[in-house]
Write a protein that binds this ligand. Structure first.
Ligand code: AMP
Ligand code: MG
Length: 338
């Protein structure tokens, strides 16, 4: 039997006194797990290389996987990144919110944060509790998801305690994360050639409407005007993965679930009509995809802590948030790292 490790983390309610305490801890170079509208993050002062190195250590994250830096307001952006004409348009439409922009970085951002890249990924989050903390610190905060590298992301403080509670000391409570999947990442180093690196809470369609430009897709893209080096490291084939093997289909059949062995779990997007079986689960009763995204990681964690031998999941059908849900499910099902 593996030895159970005792949690050392304290969960702080989000009152003014606790936010001041946690802001001081961050200023002194400590780590704090924070609620965001996407998933819980593990935050450190983005200007402090030693503090940021501690994030990688706590998560077991390889140092070639750069961090997203969170700022409170658009006026804070010039300190850490070069702005361009497209930034204002997108900021006006989507910030604060689940959109991360990759931009040329300024020197104050240590190379550990960006894995030596000359660019930095930046976001203005909308979660009111995280915003209070950002304002109180007056610092840019680097924060990847608050989970061991490669595992399912946390969407509640209990998830953070469960998987990082023995590695970190401070967690700020902010309730269940509204969006439930990570931010959309857009490479905007060239404002005329925006590239979607990761689908998320803000869809490609919406970005294209605002920019009045076609957005290219993919981590490894070929385009005559882009260098082949324009690749976002860290976006691995296998990620967000439960320990229980997960297979993904376009569509699950209720009959297959009912006829299957009782130690196989079946995860539908929408609750199947009139069926009650202990091995049938769903992400949204009505099939609402925003709700499905919100529940995705939580349900995957629940299934992973059951005694299931296999999880069968199905893809979401549609555009926008369905693309983000499927991106996470495809990676959760992948057996390959690269
Ligand atoms: P997360 O795991 O949510 O912290 O996602 C961070 C991801 O953002 C990384 O895995 C990278 O793929 C991407 N990223 C962060 N910084 C950069 C950057 N400077 N250039 C390109 N991609 C980046
Ligand atoms: Mg992550």
């Amino acid at each position: 039997m593996p030895k159970k490790i005792k949690p050392i983390a304290l969960v702080y309610r989000s009152n003014t006194k606790n936010i001041s305490t946690l802001a001081r801890i961050l200023k002194e170079g400590g780590l704090v797990a924070v609620p965001t509208e996407t998933v819980y993050g593990l935050a450190a002062n983005a200007l402090n290389a030693k503090a940021c190195r501690a994030i990688f250590k706590a998560k077991g994250r390889p140092e070639n996987d750069p961090l997203i830096v969170h700022i409170h307001s658009l006026k804070d952006l010039h300190q850490i990144a070069e702005k361009n004409s497209a930034v204002d348009l997108l900021a006006h439409a989507f910030w604060p919110g689940p959109l991360t922009l990759v931009l040329p970085k300024k020197n104050c951002i240590p190379s550990i944060v960006t894995s030596n890249l000359p660019s930095v990924a930046v976001r203005i989050p909308s979660h009111p509790v995280f915003r209070k903390l950002l304002k109180k610190t007056g610092l840019p905060l680097a924060a990847p998801s608050a989970n061991p590298f490669g595992y399912v992301s946390p969407t509640t403080s209990a998830h953070v305690v469960e998987s990082l509670g023995s590695k970190i000391n401070h967690i700020l409570e902010g309730g269940a994360c509204e969006v439930g999947v990570e931010s959309t990442i857009l490479d905007l180093r060239n404002p005329k050639l925006p590239v979607l690196l990761r689908p998320g809470g803000i869809s490609k369609n919406k970005i294209e409407k605002v920019l009045k430009l076609k957005v290219l897709s993919g981590n490894k893209i070929r385009h005559p005007n882009l260098k082949s080096g324009q690749i976002s490291p860290g976006l691995l084939k296998k990620h967000y993965s439960p320990h229980t093997p997960l297979t993904l289909s376009d569509h699950l059949k209720v009959r297959s679930a009912i006829n299957s062995s009782k130690n196989e779990a079946w995860l539908f997007i929408k609750k199947p009509n009139g069926v009650i079986a202990k091995n049938i689960f769903f992400l949204s009763r009505s099939g609402n995809l925003t709700e499905a995204a919100h529940n995705l990681f939580s349900v995957l964690r629940d299934l992973d802590s059951g005694n299931w031998k296999q999880i069968h999941a199905e893809k979401a059908i549609g555009s926008d948030i369905a693309v983000a849900i499927n991106d996470r499910l495809i990676r959760a099902a992948s057996k390959r790292n690269h």
